[in-house]
Write a protein that binds this ligand. Structure first.
Ligand SMILES: Cc1ncc(COP(=O)(O)O)c(C=O)c1O
Length: 371
């Protein structure tokens, strides 16, 4: 039984997922474990053991050595650390980020004077453009997300990594929408740095990870004590870290079944949308199984979200900024949707979703859209 608002259907997993029972149990277990992992006494050491064990388990699940795992306060901080941390040490070089990144990469990129890698009409990064930019020289780092948070489109990360590697450029990928949903092996992807966040796969909010190649030189963004091998200062959020790890283990062990069901849901929603005469973004390319972005011509996405909410179904426009306001999608603009960039809605599901949820979602969408 998942906590939530009774009688409602939750289809906004890409924004955040309900807590998995395994994460909840682990966090409850640790509620009273108050020792500071940096303290030398027994109380501290008990917490140090939890941190070390958590790090080792994340490392095993991601196919890396434990020393490469840096715990952060979430996806936003992991991405900030990757971009700001590396660029601080390499300020004479340029950063390139794709035009469809989450705001935490995009806006950080703007602060750092980053160039923007364009995408094609499917939302996929233009590899030729990237190749030319790297050949021209002066680029130190590239950041391209693994899967897009608005439409689920998966980028050819391995090819991007290979282009970067050949040019001696560091490659970071924001894997917040894939980790816990698809198998992610950092080295097989070829990423020098990879970020993810606990709350997207059933862990708690406010905790995430940046995986960093050991030899990569970077500055900390949060300076202070020497936690996280001097990469992220501050007393560790033990309970959240352990909760995230429990969620990740559950997500990985149940991934085959969960992914299969998510794919069935996507097939169902896709075919129902076609019946309704609605199109979804990225329908011709690989996309994560739990996200679909529907274009609602003539209807502002915001109004569709409100209409569906009134019918008991929680969805979103794709990305909400901190204030809760919704805006036109820069992702859809970059893909070339023009004025339709504000006329879209995202449905997303996950570990506790059932077929009846997506069926209710499609019904509500049809009703709002007057179909
Ligand atoms: C692709 C992507 N990157 C980064 C983030 C930010 O993660 P967090 O909410 O943990 O800061 C999100 C969350 O919406 C996301 O979808």
């Amino acid at each position: 039984m998942v906590a939530g608002v009774a009688g409602r259907v939750y289809l906004d997993y890409a924004a955040t997922a309900p807590l998995r029972p395994q994460a909840r149990a682990r966090m409850v277990e640790l509620l009273d474990q108050f020792g500071n992992p940096s303290s030398v006494h027994a109380e501290g050491q008990a917490s140090r053991i939890v941190m070390d064990e958590s790090r080792r388990r994340v490392a095993d699940l991601m196919g890396v050595r434990a020393e490469r795992v840096v715990f952060t306060s979430g996806g936003t901080e992991a991405n900030n650390l990757a971009l700001r941390g590396f660029m601080a040490k390499n300020s004479s070089k340029r950063l390139l980020v794709s035009a469809v990144e989450h705001d935490c990469v995009r806006n950080t990129g703007k602060v750092l004077g980053a160039g923007e890698i364009p995408v094609d009409s499917n939302g996929i990064v233009k590899l030729d453009w990237l190749q030319d930019a790297l050949t021209a020289g002066g680029v130190g780092m590239v950041s391209v997300m693994h899967a897009n948070n608005e439409n689920g489109v998966v980028q050819p990360v391995q090819e991007i990594a290979a282009i970067c590697k050949a040019a001696g450029v560091v490659f970071h990928t924001d894997a917040v929408q894939t980790v816990g949903h698809r198998p992610v092996d950092v080295d097989a992807l070829g990423a020098d740095m990879l970020s993810f966040a606990g709350h997207k796969f059933g862990g708690p909010k406010g905790v995430g990870v940046l995986i960093v190649k050991s030899e990569l030189e970077m500055d900390a963004v949060l300076t202070g004590g020497g936690q996280e091998r001097n990469r992220r200062a501050g007393t560790e959020n033990l309970m959240a870290v352990a909760g995230m790890v429990a969620a990740l283990e559950a997500a990985v062990s149940q991934m085959t079944d969960e992914r299969k069901l998510a794919a069935q849901m996507k097939d169902y929603v896709g075919s129902e949308l076609r019946e309704l005469g609605l199109d979804f973004v990225g329908s011709r390319v690989d996309g994560v199984e739990h996200v679909i972005q529907v274009i609602t011509p003539g209807m502002r996405g915001e109004d569709v979200v409100i209409g569906m909410d009134m019918r008991g179904v929680a969805v979103s426009q794709g990305s909400a900024c901190g204030s809760g306001r919704v805006k036109e999608s820069h992702v859809l603009q970059a893909i070339g949707y023009g004025e339709l960039a504000g006329q879209a809605v995202r449905l997303s599901w996950g570990w506790a979703s059932e077929m009846s949820d997506v069926m209710a979602g499609v019904r509500a969408l049809g009703s709002v859209a007057g179909k």
